[in-house]
Design a protein around this ligand. Structure first.
Ligand code: F6R
Length: 596
């Protein structure tokens, strides 16, 4: 969370303020409580405030002519969103100015040890870093050593951009756990929390690793270890297309990404099959064949996809599978089987909670596979194997196409393990893509349903079997963007307590995609209806009844979550739209959660 960007150098037609501001706009998905930039123009100039980058734009002096700038968009962890807590932060003399993404866990200890009586201005942990760099510099260390010294004593995560007002022909960066990339230009160099923030200016990138320190000038980039040893690293060409990150004709990224799901599924088919066979890294296939238990570790929507993955691995591949909340697993680790395979599901590949588990299980010597949308992301780099989602950039905070893509990739993996007929699965996935298209072509139904029913303070999604797993994800989607308090419930469990919350007009949305639970779920629907609920039923055609509001064409039941989730994404979208909310940037959230 939080995004940083930095630029040094000169390119005809590029104005530093604009480079930094446009980079921050791309990074806003990482946090949007406040934003700020530092521009060097015969001295340090700082513009910052709480609020969005659009607000920051109105504060920035456009007449400044500069060759150096750093910027930050914030997701508050230490201190409320406010002008004083916004980045950049400075050391007390104003010499060092820094932007920071991450969390310093031992800031209190460091304050006590080195910074007693220091006149802190903000409540942030970041200000401690600026203060410490100045402290060590004042105690005789040169600036580079002072920064590396600070890197050595802080515990936690950081991606840093650091400007020394005395040397405006250089700026510094450092990375540990939080993501950071270098972009190499002709006459300029950049840093950014992700490729999207840089790609408009260059596609030549250098990957950075943890505990690395970087010195950037307009014509050079030098990377050092925390101990000062020079590191050589070959740049790579980033294939991300700048236009992938645009909304185009869509009012919101979320709607664009919902609509992109059929293409994502078709791309997955193209990547993971040859004409007649599966096309999966044989090493992954072998590891999967030799495992006695899969442990899926993830957070949020990715974890919800993991529940469907469990269903797929157990019913198709016959491999026992557990799903774990990443943030719980680290501190309350279950008993592990003899030959486990850990699967990390993560759209961003950067989720700190999942990464903490990966670090832990690697130390224990267990094998790991990351399924992610982001090539070269931390979870991808650090796991033994990676399978990419190929879903295209996902920008809306509410994840949609990553969820369906994760399920599709796991279905293929499980089917390969079971030697499932290739043409059958390909046909079914093609059918899935077509059905999603039919759903997204008829959006008005969902707008009408949302406007009519999703007007209460709370709501329930219910389902049994795999529909229960979809209900959990559907509930997350609705609550996170519309702020309607929504729970996803096993339909049969409602009567054991939660049914007490059903009152006149409470919306209950039931999902029915499996034959063996159709009648049971319908009984549960009657139970809530007779207590006043307004029920919407989403069913597969062969299981539908005449009064069901949303009837979806049939697909093999094992793949049903890929289609039943889509109406719920649209319901969430229209419920939020009806309430006039900022759909792509719901309150208190950020897309990439890089703090534990
Ligand atoms: C909700 C959502 C989050 C993420 C979660 C994990 O719509 O997007 O719940 O799924 O923060 O993120 P990734 O998948 O990047 O690890």
């Amino acid at each position: 969370m939080c995004g940083i960007v930095g630029y040094i150098g000169f390119k005809e037609g590029l104005q530093v303020q604009e480079v930094i501001l446009s980079g921050l706009e791309k990074l806003e998905y990482r946090g949007y409580d406040s934003a700020g930039i530092c521009i060097y123009n015969d001295g340090i100039q700082i513009f910052k405030d709480k609020g969005r980058v659009a607000h920051l734009r109105t504060l920035v002096d456009n007449s400044l002519n500069s060759k150096l700038g750093i910027g930050h968009t914030r997701w508050a962890t230490h201190g409320i969103p406010s002008q004083s807590n916004s980045h950049p932060h400075q050391s007390k003399t104003g010499r060092f100015t820094i932007v920071h993404n991450g969390v310093i866990e031992n800031e209190m200890e460091l304050r006590e040890k080195y910074l007693e009586d220091y006149p802190f201005i903000s409540d942030t942990d970041t200000e401690v870093i600026a203060a410490l760099i100045e402290y060590f510099e004042e105690n005789g260390e040169d600036v580079e050593l002072a920064i590396r010294h600070v890197m050595g004593i802080i515990k936690g995560s950081y991606a840093l951009g650091i400007v020394d007002s005395r040397t405006p022909d250089v700026f510094y960066a450092a990375k540990n756990k939080s993501p950071l990339l270098v972009g190499l230009g002709d006459g300029f160099n950049m840093i950014g929390s992700d490729a999207m923030s840089i790609i408009k200016y260059t596609n030549q990138f250098i990957e950075l690793h943890d505990e690395e320190f970087i010195v950037l000038k307009s014509d050079s980039v030098s990377i050092y270890s925390i101990l000062g040893a020079k590191i050589e690293r070959t740049p790579y060409t980033e294939t991300l297309d700048a236009s992938d990150t645009e909304k185009g004709i869509y009012p919101y990224y979320m709607l664009k990404e919902i609509d992109e799901q059929p293409y994502a599924i078709r791309r997955i088919v193209a990547k993971y099959f040859t004409d007649t066979d599966y096309n999966i890294n044989p090493n992954i296939v072998e590891v999967l064949s030799n495992t006695d238990r899969i442990y899926i570790v993830a957070a949020g929507t990715s974890m919800n996809a993991g529940f469907v993955g469990k269903q797929l691995f157990e019913s198709i591949a016959k491999i026992p599978t557990e799903v774990h909340i990443a943030s719980e697993f680290v501190y309350n680790t279950p008993l592990i089987s003899k030959k486990p395979l850990f699967i990390f599901l993560s759209q961003s590949g950067e989720t700190a909670d999942s990464r903490a588990v990966l670090v832990k299980i690697k130390k224990l010597g267990y094998k790991s596979l990351t399924i992610t949308n982001v090539k070269g992301s931390t979870l991808s780099r650090e796991a033994d194997y990676t399978l990419l989602l190929h879903a295209g950039v996902e920008i809306a905070v509410a994840s949609t196409k990553a969820y369906t893509s994760q399920i599709a990739v796991m279905a293929i993996l499980a089917a390969n393990e079971a030697n499932m007929d290739v043409s059958f699965l390909k046909t079914q996935l093609a059918l899935v893509a077509n059905i999603i298209e039919t759903i997204t072509d008829n959006k008005l139904i969902y707008k009408e349903l949302a406007d009519k029913y999703l007007v209460k303070r709370n709501c329930f999604y219910i389902g049994r079997h795999v529909d229960y797993y979809v209900a959990i994800e559907a509930a997350l989607k609705l609550k996170e963007i519309s702020y309607i308090q929504t729970e996803g419930f096993a339909a049969g469990e409602l009567k054991h307590g939660t049914i007490a919350l059903i009152e006149q007009g409470t919306p209950v949305i039931a999902i029915i995609s499996q034959e063996n639970i159709n009648l049971n779920t319908r009984s549960n629907i009657k139970e809530v209806k007779s207590r006043g609920a307004n029920v919407i039923v989403i069913s597969l055609k062969s299981l539908s009844s005449a009064t069901d509001q949303v009837v979806i064409d049939d697909v093999d039941p094992i793949l049903a979550p890929l289609v039943t989730i889509v109406p719920t994404q649209l319901l969430a979208y229209y419920a939020a739209l009806g309430r006039g909310l900022d759909i792509d940037k719901p309150r208190n959230l950020a897309k990439s959660v890089t703090v534990e």
